[in-house]
Design a protein around this ligand. Structure first.
Ligand SMILES: C[S@@+](CC[C@H](N)C(=O)[O-])C[C@H]1O[C@@H](n2cnc3c(N)ncnc32)[C@H](O)[C@@H]1O
Length: 362
């Protein structure tokens, strides 16, 4: 006879079990983010399996040992740590990606998700009811202004974006050919990570990173250690993409368009169109949502909800991208899906034949 415990374990999960697991994802997310902020994965990677007494007393983890053990035990139950009967916890392949020097480090992204973004997501209901941007509702300013007034958030967000970019950067380098390009402007290029990768692969190329003036010192720090063959070919420009963008034959906008509404995106794209030299190429790296009725799972759909929380932006379908490009005087010529954290694609455009941006009445 099958025991009750055995039959419960083999039965397929019921809807309530599945929903409970989804809802408890919020707790899991916060536990991961907290342990990561306390540098627990880093300590375990550097020193091997440890008890909570060793972590707190010898390795600088700022936590009450009895509470830390309970959080670690919960996280070990979902594969994030190993756990032994003598109370020592160790790193696993899952927590390795939460360490600082992991090649695919999710440490900073996880920390940002669990701190300021966690507070903002608490306002999703308010955003749905009122349409209000949650950084404005909670912090009294938009997220970029919040970053500007909190250097730690600015640095953490820039580091999160850099780490989050690894796969999408590989995708851009793998799928796009820059051998005929002269100058690439990375609009909202953050710490300059994509520009550096491009310059390494294409020794003839010049790059300009345009971002908010306050980000330039972070970007310049990011350049430390790069050799002269790179530093001499990259320029950091502190500016405002809504006013103007530097001249170039290729524009890259990675994870930019989804932050803004159509009118704002149109302004940015028109600025690119106006400053674009030669035949020109436009590469937006962002999500392309499937049309309504296509329920395929893609992280981009929740990223789109994140845009409701932050206010103003949204992810777009292919049709929406085509309309936006056409309105700015571009023709959408290819969409290349990438294997990255948020399921983004390269949305490639060239100057439209009619050549001038459509005049829009807003
Ligand atoms: C989501 S991040 C993307 C960063 C980078 N492209 C990447 O993918 O890692 C958006 C970037 O846009 C920049 N940004 C926001 N407003 C801007 C403006 N008005 N002009 C230029 N850059 C701006 C932010 O500072 C930030 O670096």
């Amino acid at each position: 006879m099958v025991s009750q415990t055995q039959s419960a374990a083999t039965a397929s999960p019921q809807p309530a079990d599945i929903v409970m697991q989804m809802v408890m994802g919020a707790w899991v997310s916060q536990a991961i983010s907290t342990l990561t902020r306390l540098d627990v994965p880093d300590r375990l990677k550097d020193h091997g399996p440890q008890s909570v007494q060793a972590l707190t007393q010898n390795l600088g983890v700022d936590a009450k040992p009895e509470f830390l053990e309970r959080v670690l035990r919960a996280c070990a139950s979902i594969g994030l740590f190993s756990e032994s009967a003598d109370g020592r916890f160790g790193i696993t392949p899952l927590s390795e990606v939460l360490t600082s020097d992991s090649p695919m480090s999710l440490k900073k992204l996880t920390e940002v998700f669990g701190a300021s973004w966690w507070q903002l997501w608490g306002g999703l209901e308010n955003a749905l009811r009122t349409g209000q941007s949650q950084p404005i509702a909670r912090f009294g300013m938009n997220y970029w202004e919040y970053c500007l007034s909190n250097p730690r958030e600015m640095a953490d967000f820039a580091a999160a974006m850099k780490a989050n970019s690894l796969n999408s950067m590989r995708g851009v380098l793998g799928h796009c050919d820059f051998s005929q390009a002269k100058t690439v402007v990375d609009v909202g290029g953050g710490a300059g990570h994509l520009a550096i990768a491009l310059l390494k692969q294409y020794p003839h190329l010049q790059a300009v990173v345009l971002d908010l003036p306050e980000l330039i010192s972070i970007a310049q720090q990011n350049m430390q250690g790069q050799d002269e063959t790179i530093t001499q070919r990259v320029k950091f420009v502190g500016g405002d993409m809504f006013r103007a963008v530097p001249e170039a034959d290729v524009y890259i906008l990675k994870h930019i368009m989804h932050d803004w509404d159509d009118a704002q995106c149109l302004q940015i794209l028109k600025n690119c169109r106006q400053s674009m030299t030669g035949d020109g190429r436009l590469l937006c790296v962002d999500a392309v949502l499937p049309p309504l009725g296509d329920t395929q799972g893609t992280p981009a759909k929740f990223l789109d909800v994140n845009m409701i929380v932050f206010g103003g932006g949204n992810e777009r379908t292919e049709e929406q991208w085509r309309e936006l490009y056409a309105a700015a005087g571009f023709e959408l010529i290819a969409i290349t899906p990438l294997q990255d954290n948020f399921g983004t694609s390269i949305v490639e455009g060239k100057k439209a034949k009619s050549s001038s941006p459509r005049v829009c009445v807003e």
